[in-house]
Design a protein around this ligand. Structure first.
Ligand SMILES: C[S@@+](CC[C@H](N)C(=O)[O-])C[C@H]1O[C@@H](n2cnc3c(N)ncnc32)[C@H](O)[C@@H]1O
Length: 264
């Protein structure tokens, strides 16, 4: 067992050696920053194809956040090549922040392909410190595929709060976001994942029935009967959860691919 591991470690070491060397010489980071935009450009084409419907849905209400002027000021943190530009509403004023200056060329190309936007500026900075962007100057902030790989998510989120324009919420929004009672939250969650309450109900029903029938078990041992009841109840819950997972997979991956679902 140890020999194959040693051999594998040696192979990985040999393959990774050029990277270690370049890192030691201080050029690896520079190479990554240069090459990453080219890679991301290719990745974006495939990713946007797969995610088009989700992104459309996600960005569909952006215009509702526009300020009193009616124009939406939007900040994109970690903009990359501008993959989200085509999903922004017409007339949207876009400011971009990214620590990698090599994205500028790609960003301008994306701007020229998305004439509906009003591009403001590209700020070379990390999201953790965007002091170039004024307090309360943005109506919306977009950040996709970024927070998973940054150094300090908390700092970025604090910066996002700082640059966002303070906004009062309408009573409708309050009732949806804040005043949702326990019962309605439970109802909404049950609607989203109906198999969870079905599983819980099945578990309780099987368990209750098993316990109710405990007296009529004749010569069967009590411990054995209890094990049977527990296995049946657990089987019911696991079955419901499995059905739920299969249904989610169908809903999220199979249905959108093979059947055109009308958008709400
Ligand atoms: C995977 S790309 C995503 C690009 C784009 N948001 C998208 O959805 O296609 C991650 C981007 O985050 C940027 N980035 C990395 N660290 C960052 C940080 N600390 N603050 C802001 N952006 C960062 C990278 O330069 C890169 O452009």
């Amino acid at each position: 067992m140890t020999l194959p591991i040693l051999v594998l470690r040696l192979v990985v070491g040999i393959l990774a050696f050029p990277m270690y060397l370049l890192n030691l010489l201080g050029v690896w980071n520079w190479i990554c920053k240069r090459c990453f935009p080219y890679f991301l450009l290719r990745f974006t084409v495939i990713y946007n194809e797969q995610m088009a419907s989700k992104k459309k849905e996600l960005f569909s209400n952006l215009q509702e956040f526009a300020g009193p002027s009616g124009k939406l000021s939007l900040l994109e943190v970690g903009c990359g090549t501008g993959a989200n530009f085509k999903f922004y509403p017409p007339g949207c004023r876009v400011t971009c922040v990214d620590p990698n200056p090599n994205f500028e060329k790609f960003l301008f190309k994306s701007v020229s392909e998305n004439r509906q936007l009003q591009f403001e500026r590209f700020v070379v900075a990390a999201g953790e410190n965007m002091h170039q962007v004024a307090d309360g100057s943005m109506d919306a902030v977009v950040c996709t595929l970024v927070l998973c790989s940054v150094e300090n998510q908390g700092k970025i989120l604090r910066e996002v709060c700082r640059v966002l324009r303070p906004r009062s919420m309408s009573s409708d929004e309050w009732s949806a976001a804040e005043d949702e009672g326990q019962l309605s939250r439970l109802r909404r969650k049950s609607r989203d994942s109906p198999f969870v309450p079905v599983g819980v109900a099945g578990f309780v029903a099987v368990l209750s029935y098993g316990l109710y029938k405990l007296k009529s078990r004749r010569e069967e041992k009590m411990s054995l009967r209890l094990i049977h009841v527990r296995v049946a109840a657990q089987g019911c819950a696991v079955g419901a959860v499995t059905l739920g997972v299969l249904y989610s997979m169908y809903k999220d991956y199979i249905r959108p691919r093979f059947f055109s679902v009308p958008r709400k």
